[in-house]
Design a protein around this ligand. Sequence first.
Ligand SMILES: O=C(O)CCC(=O)C(=O)O
Ligand SMILES: [Fe+2]
Length: 324
Amino acid sequence: MTEPNATTPEIPVIDLGAFLAGEPGAAEATAAKLRETCETVGFMYISNHGVPQELIDRTFATAAAFHAQPIEKKMELMVDKAMQGYLPIRGSTSRASAIVTNPEPNENEAFFIKREGKDAEESNRWPDLPGFRESALAYYAALETLAQKMLPLYALALDLPADYFAEKCDAPFSTLRLSHYPPVKAYAENQFGIAPHTDSTFLTLLAQNKVQGLQIRRQDGVWIDAPVIEGTFIVNTGDILNRWTNGRFLSTPHRAFNVSDQPRYAIPYFFHPNANTLVECLPSCAIEGEAPRFPAQTTAEYMAWFRGRNYDHLRKAEPAIAAE
Ligand SMILES: O=C(O)CCC(=O)C(=O)O
Ligand SMILES: [Fe+2]
């Protein structure tokens, strides 16, 4: 990949240790770094996040165990209308974020898990694998907690009271995706492990992968590698926060490949506000004399649009989809 230049910052690493420990002044100092990153890069690494490595490793193993099943078993759990379940390889095309005109279907297969229990949209579908459900839900819960702990940083970064997002995101409409990218020696034109896209989220938490393959598009249009930094998560702002902030916090396009000789797994956690939370231009992001850039919509309304754009063909049996 092209070397980064001095005009755009690289992907910064933000240490959450002091903030999570509640050290005085740490929230404000960390929020200032986060603001800078969200306004210029849209991606960051977080270290000292408090999620045990053992839980992360177990979730990667869970993803591998799911995808190692025979295809017939996986097809029994074909995604439902709430986008829960199995999405086969080349079953998706990233259409929602018009970045490439005609991407080929994505060279990955995925299993989607959503909110369980109260406030769930539909019941999750589970494979018949010992420990799978417990393991996936433990990871889902840990990342929900981490995302919620980070919310005051976003609020402070936007000059809002620290608890501004808390009750808007206390029953988050989030998704865990367990993806498998088989190795592809030579990708054809417009073919990707996952085509360039932005995430629909408030924020996405991506555990570090053993097999590198993620790239992000800098503001100057140059694609750069997001190198593996062990022990960190990659965090990116998605479209919902981009809309909420009237475009101020970037939702940066990214894509992934697997040119290694081994399977690549990714376990992104897509954090959304509550289904009924109204996402409308934040007071601190309005531009005087100008209408908000995006219509006010609830998370559920926005997601219905997003899914229709990316996944509708599933119901119509056309070829092709996206990320959450
Ligand atoms: O595989 C990766 O590293 C990133 C995956 C991704 O961007 C997504 O699933 O939305
Ligand atoms: Fe993504």
